[in-house]
Write a protein that binds this ligand. Sequence first.
Ligand code: ADP
Ligand code: ASP
Ligand code: MG
Length: 435
Amino acid sequence: MKILKFGGTSVGSAERMQGVANLINNDERKIVVLSAMSGTTNNLVKITEFLYSQKKDSANNLIDLLEENYNKVIKELYSRQELLQEGKELIESHFNYIRSFTQDIFTIHEEKAILAQGELISTALFHIYLKEQNIKSELLPALNFMRIDTNGEPDNYYIKENIERELDKFPDINLFITQGYICRNLYGEVDNLKRGGSDYSASLIGAAINAEEIQIWTDISGFHNNDPRYVSNTHSIPQLSFDEAAELAYFGAKILHPSSIQPAKMANIPVRLKNTLKPDDKGTLISGKAEGEGIKAVAAKDPITSIKIKSGRMLLVYGFLRKVFEVFERYKTSIDMITTSEVAVSVTIDDTTYLNDIVEELKQYGIVETSSDQTIICIVGENIIEQRGFIDKIFDALKHFNIKMISYGGSRHNISILVDSADKKDALISLNEIF
Ligand code: ADP
Ligand code: ASP
Ligand code: MG
């Protein structure tokens, strides 16, 4: 069985959905994971923001607009009258559901329920289209098997048990459609795997059923050696190891959700990145193999905040770092980079929800300074830290920028550098020119 995930642009119009149906119409047994149509989740986020701030008219206007757009999509998507009617009723019921939240006080659980509508709609519309094309398929509701625990981490045992049970109901079906991104939490409420989470869904499902391959279909022909949003002349990389890809995804390569490589790596399932618009392009294969030497790719992650704790007492005091890290642990805030000296330790975080509390607690251990608007630039390649002269090249490329922190030697294949976000684009371009 293969898992094929199609992102927002890949299902972003009636024509694109029809394209996806062509791509998946063969005898291979597969689960197709879909994102919401492009732009939908952003609009749903806006609707929830309007509702939080009691701007009910703005929320209703946007709901109407979005519904109108979906009604246009189905007119292009279906040709049979009864299926057009089915599509219309489906859209109406989802939008009436969203509208129902404009009546009362708005809560976090309702926000998650609204955000889930994008994937629920795209999969249902696609399923109806397959029906029109006489392509036999089953819609698997992700809310029946995808679940996170109290820490927001996937409950792998639950996912495996429940997706297997769902699949066992249809032994004669070769094509399953399900929603990316959405899940339930420990209390059974609708939740999600954070923005861009459909990649993560695909990988979790792949690992749960021990799939042969996980394919991530998007709008670019695989993993590029630098961020194509900021740098021109980037090119696609044919092969990456799980560790290299995980590092790049975690440190900002938007093509993959930050956590999406981990489940595939644990289950040793290859991940293939493909372009929906150019399906014959090779794309990128991510597997357990590490090939080639030297730099493979650069990614950038922000907004990052750095926190420096200066303490004259740190010298020769064991247990100091433990105390510092425990503060972050108490606030469930993960640290990305660390550098130390005898009198100070600097760390970076991306989740600033509890920044003020963290800083207050850290003050008992020394003088605390924070800097916001920072960017981590992550340089990845097999064995790069063992190559003589490699770091010289990096410093040379970055000589005109203010380097704030460096993390070198944490793993064989990653060097991370902290710069001001204002320097991000030029630093990425400069690194691209040097390598
Ligand atoms: P989808 O909606 O299919 O999930 P995303 O927008 O999340 O697609 O991810 C694809 C986009 O990621 C590309 O269009 C590209 O702009 C961006 N991107 C950022 N870094 C990279 C990279 N290193 N390689 C390829 N794409 C990247
Ligand atoms: N629709 C969700 C988002 O836009 C999930 C995804 O596309 O992966 O974040
Ligand atoms: Mg994405």
